[in-house]
Ligand binder design. Structure first.
Ligand SMILES: NC(=O)c1ccc[n+]([C@@H]2O[C@H](COP(=O)([O-])OP(=O)(O)OC[C@H]3O[C@@H](n4cnc5c(N)ncnc54)[C@H](OP(=O)(O)O)[C@@H]3O)[C@@H](O)[C@H]2O)c1
Length: 361
């Protein structure tokens, strides 16, 4: 016998990622489901899977673009018209958008994101919370983020929407504390879903550290059931991020997040830049060689040896590879110097080894 047979959970964003994993947990626990997202075909298939695998009795699918005007009111009206009582509301649907705010990102997408992440979530909460309070029973889970508590350059508007969700949820948690209705904010770190691809952030460094959506959903589900006001999934590591976010200066957090949100180095570009570095290195070596050659031609034997020694040290300090290039250049310069002297009828008495020994001593 399932634990919660007869109760209904409404989950927005159930067609993929964290929302889909949350829907699975409710289905396993015997909840009837109202699944909301734009991809109603995916939601229909999911409903069939839940009926077959977990014996879910009722699955209602609402295909809706939740970034459209009055989307929340329309979903609420549809639920009411079907005579469904929503015992648990999960506001999961959300999108991000990557890029520099001033020059890269598109206002229409930002406006739709604010509508979905903020306006619809707020109105859904208002409509269903009112009914929950009238029954003095119910639970709400809102998808915030660890970005709710840190600035996030390159995802500035998204981070702003999630800061709103977290703050709003904590305020309501206080307003509801003497009731039998609870509200919980889920603050995941970067999670392995389609989120970053859709946001245009698929190649950022932060995607190297993503966590499992199954774990995130389970942590959120458990916290919701326990009536906690917030949960940061992912153990000590993410807990320490949270603590750091509360104590570190905002400027430092913004720099840290900027670094994480930067694009990963492109391997092709790296190859090109190393070729350019080689070119620059060789150019420097040639110029230094010419300068040494000129000095070499106008000084005595001891100083000549010093120049050669310094040239070698300089080469070593650039890098081992560059150093060997440099030595070759110096050797060429020495050869050129000898040829020039020979043409001018001058005699060089010291061997190069002798000169080197003299300098080192
Ligand atoms: N992944 C992360 O790193 C991460 C971290 C912290 C918080 N979060 C939050 O977790 C939530 C779920 O994200 P996810 O990672 O699971 O991403 P996801 O796999 O892309 O899922 C997003 C869900 O939202 C729905 N959705 C998007 N736009 C919609 C719209 N206009 N109308 C209706 N539904 C819409 C999508 O369904 P359709 O496309 O079918 O409409 C999908 O079901 C979001 O609120 C996100 O901000 C994610």
């Amino acid at each position: 016998m399932n634990a919660e047979t007869g109760k209904t959970a409404l989950i927005t964003g159930a067609s993929s990622g964290i929302g889909q994993e949350l829907a699975k947990l409710f289905a396993k626990d015997g909840y009837n489901l109202v699944l909301v997202a734009r991809s109603d075909d995916k939601l229909d298939r999911l409903g069939e899977v839940f009926k077959n695998n977990y014996g879910t009795e009722q699955v209602t699918v609402i295909g809706k673009d939740l970034s459209s005007e009055d989307a929340a009111q329309d979903v609420y009206n549809q639920v009411k018209a079907k005579g469904i009582t929503v015992d648990v509301l999960v506001n999961d649907a959300g999108v991000g958008l990557y890029g520099l705010f001033a020059t890269d990102t598109d206002w229409e997408r930002e406006k739709a994101m604010i509508h979905l992440n903020v306006l619809t979530l707020t109105q859904m909460t208002k409509l269903f919370l009112y009914d929950m309070l009238a029954r003095n029973e119910g639970k709400i889970l809102n998808l915030a983020s660890l970005l709710s508590i840190t600035p996030s350059p390159l995802m500035a508007v998204y981070a702003g929407t999630k800061a709103y969700v977290y703050n709003f949820t904590q305020s309501l948690a206080n307003e509801l504390k003497d009731t039998n209705v609870s509200i919980t904010a889920l603050l995941p770190n970067a999670t392995d879903t389609d989120f970053f691809n859709k946001a245009g952030a698929e190649n950022t460094k932060v995607t190297d550290e993503v966590q499992d959506p199954v774990m995130v959903a389970k942590a959120g589900y458990d916290a919701l059931m326990a009536g906690k006001s917030k949960i940061v999934p992912g153990g000590l590591k993410n807990k320490s991020y949270e603590v750091m976010a509360y104590v570190a200066p905002q400027e430092a957090l913004a720099s840290l997040m900027r670094n994480k949100m930067e694009q990963k180095p492109d391997p092709k570009a790296e190859e090109e830049s190393s070729t350019i570095a080689w070119g620059i290195g060789i150019g420097i070596a040639v110029l230094a060689g010419v300068a040494l050659g000129l000095a070499y031609a106008n000084t005595n034997a001891l100083d000549r040896a010093r120049y050669r020694y310094k040239a070698k040290s300089f080469g070593d300090s650039i890098s081992d590879t560059l150093s060997s290039v440099f030595d070759n250049v110096v050797d060429s310069v020495v050869d050129a110097y000898k040829t020039t002297k020979a043409k001018a009828g001058a005699v060089i008495n010291e061997s190069e080894e002798e000169l080197e020994e003299e300098v080192v001593a």
